[in-house]
Design a protein around this ligand. Structure first.
Ligand code: ZN
Length: 316
């Protein structure tokens, strides 16, 4: 059974253009330059049957994303093709879309205990949603051998399996006042995970990692076994935001391996043979967003695509 993946949003937090940014990419997207199309914030939809979809991350753009994706339109007076939601972390660009899905009660939410805590105590999204209907949270255990069977709100198996794996990451900034020093310092507590998605028969597999800093052998093995890799294209260079004057933080300080450099993600991906590879979660500062840029040409020469909103991948 193949899996179908729709890229609902290929941008990192802020989207393209970002509301308060006038960098070259944001300015071009705002002006309607066809070389720099606008992008929604980070999200995928995944299905084994084309009817019931798992939303991977719920971005604040979810209303627009669903409106523009016919496979996800309601098929009855009150209906949603979104059977469940799975979150890779509790970042604002990945989780606040849950608030948009409140009518009729939000779909079941799959996340790690750390993400559930962030959504409960930090963003308070889950307590807010509970006022509109039962909120069902189903746990993801990073590193568990057995994949989780994704079920809709009625408990029916939708034919999608999910394994979560930990990536080194800090808690979301809004959680820092609520965590002990030891909790905040634990980079492997499950604040951010990647997903390995497969069909019920195990045939197709998609690895989805919108945020990753450490490019280690475990990740290499996981990517090598996949049919499709959708991975962190946040920054092209480590000092991208520093050099532009937009921030004091480097790519790695923000939990993202930069694309370029001998120790960057592109060099790493060149050693991963087998899967199709595409970048998602691309920050608006990334010059590769421009279709005719040298950076885009370099990425494509490495055998990696830059995913666009609306791209559809069929795997398996
Ligand atoms: Zn910008």
């Amino acid at each position: 059974m193949p899996l179908t993946v729709i890229v609902l949003g290929s941008s990192a937090g802020g989207g393209l253009p970002q509301w308060n940014c006038n960098c070259p990419q944001c300015a071009a997207a705002r002006a309607g330059d066809p070389r720099v199309p606008s992008r929604n914030q980070s999200s995928l939809a995944v299905s084994a049957d084309g009817e019931r979809w798992l939303l991977c991350n719920a971005s604040p753009d979810v209303r627009t994303q669903l409106a523009h994706t016919s496979a996800l339109h309601p098929r009855a007076l009150r209906h949603s093709a979104i059977a469940a939601v799975a979150l890779t972390n509790a970042d604002i660009d990945h989780a606040t879309g849950l608030l948009i899905l409140r009518e009729g009660g939000a779909p079941p939410v799959y996340c790690t205990p750390r993400t559930e805590r962030a959504l409960t105590e930090g963003l308070r999204v889950l307590p807010a949603l509970a006022a509109y209907g039962d909120v069902v949270v189903r746990p993801l255990t990073p590193g568990a051998e057995e994949p989780v069977v994704i079920r809709d709100r009625a408990g029916d198996d939708i034919g999608v399996r999910l394994r979560a794996f930990t990536v080194a990451s800090k808690p979301p900034p809004y959680m820092l006042p609520l965590l002990s020093a030891a909790e905040a310092a634990d980079l492997h507590a499950g604040d951010t995970v990647g997903f390995e998605l497969s069909a019920a028969d195990g045939a197709a597999s998609v690895v989805y990692v919108p945020g990753v800093r450490d490019l280690d052998t475990a990740l290499h093995a996981r990517l090598s076994g996949a049919g499709l890799v959708l991975i962190d294209g946040t920054f092209f260079t480590d000092d991208e935001l520093v050099a532009s004057g937009a921030s004091q933080k480097t790519s790695r300080m923000m939990g993202h391996a930069p694309l370029s450099g001998d120790d960057g993600l592109l060099a790493f991906l060149q050693t991963v043979t087998g899967p199709r590879k595409a970048l998602v979660h691309i920050n608006n500062s990334n010059p590769a967003l421009r279709a005719d840029s040298a950076e885009r040409a370099h990425i494509e020469a490495c055998g990696v695509a830059v995913a666009n909103d609306g791209d559809v991948f069929v795997v398996g």
